[in-house]
Design a protein around this ligand. Sequence first.
Ligand code: ATP
Ligand code: PAU
Ligand code: K
Length: 249
Amino acid sequence: MILELDCGNSFIKWRLVNKGGLKAEHVGVVGSDAELLQAVGDTGQDVQACRLVSVRSDVETDQLVASLAERFNVQCSRAQSVHSLAGVRNGYEDYQRLGLDRWLALVGAYSLSGGQSCLVLDLGTAVTSDLVTREGEHLGGYICPGMPLMRNQLCTHTRRIRYDQPTAEEARHSFAPGKSTAEAVERGCSIMLRGFVQAQLGMAGEYLGADFAVFITGGDAALVEEMLPQARIVPDLVFIGLAAACPLN
Ligand SMILES: Nc1ncnc2c1ncn2[C@@H]1O[C@H](COP(=O)(O)OP(=O)(O)OP(=O)(O)O)[C@@H](O)[C@H]1O
Ligand SMILES: CC(C)(CO)[C@@H](O)C(=O)NCCC(=O)O
Ligand SMILES: [K+]
């Protein structure tokens, strides 16, 4: 089995795919390196190879790579910043500064688009949007806080905004004006997110023309899904790009 990892700022998304690299046999989301070793170990599968992308610090990523080598006796192939990959050209002034998760998501999206221009939205801890033309030219993109950051900022910088997780989930069932703190914050932040997404459709129209494909990924993709009937929700977009970045032989 090939172990694939997407190490984000809050969670590590992992999956085990068969050697052909097409079918995911096990998938999971964990909050720490220790939980990852446990969860992958619990599958009882033989890990023969590993590839990963990380937006964490090099020290943290090195530590994880060392733990995986020790636990599963496997070397990790790590996605690196490059000028171009699979027909996509990195649009940043300094290509090494573009988050690797964004880069792989857009490489993955372009490869699925059949040569269409793409708007790629990733809704995680941060929310990112990237534009790529039909010719594979990355025009750059946008970064803003995601739901977890928005609500944490409000809780951290006010005294009276406090509510628990079950209350938050309950509050998300509607967009009606909030009648409790949880409803007001959860719905307010969701509406900000949706406003951002709406604006991105406008930017894409302006920079890519009318005919572009929309791809959404990330843990909070469901929050905007219903406002984008034309979009493809691809939870493993980063992994599709990762396979292109780190081919295994
Ligand atoms: N099974 C899940 N486990 C963890 N978070 C989940 C899950 N399903 C949805 N989420 C939501 O996804 C969001 C986190 O998104 P995601 O996992 O894409 O990014 P991340 O790893 O936190 O960070 P990054 O954006 O840096 O990759 C959180 O708002 C969380 O509530
Ligand atoms: C924006 C995040 C945090 C999204 O995960 C990540 O892609 C990142 O750390 N990027 C580096 C900054 C940039 O992309 O310009
Ligand atoms: K991400």
